[in-house]
Design a protein around this ligand. Structure first.
Ligand code: ZN
Length: 74
């Protein structure tokens, strides 16, 4: 099982939110090997008001998920 993890990417200017993928059984690092800081986690507002911050998905994380899905056939 995987979980999505959003955090501010300090390398992005202006600041952007990057979505990483985290395995549920190892939530200390994302699939791309990034150490995850709970203090940096971004929880989307969910009311549509936070749309001023662009978000994007972490390519290495998505690739790993895609490969894992291909291996298990699901
Ligand atoms: Zn990632």
């Amino acid at each position: 099982m995987y979980e999505m993890w959003a955090e501010h990417d300090p390398a992005q200017s202006p600041s952007a939110v990057v979505w990483h993928v985290v395995a549920k059984d190892d939530a200390t690092a994302s699939l791309c090997g990034r150490f995850l800081e709970p203090s940096r986690r971004v929880v989307p507002a969910g009311d549509g008001a936070g749309a001023e911050v662009p978000d994007r998905y972490c390519d290495p994380c998505l690739l790993t998920v895609r490969e894992a899905i291909a291996v298990t056939g699901r």
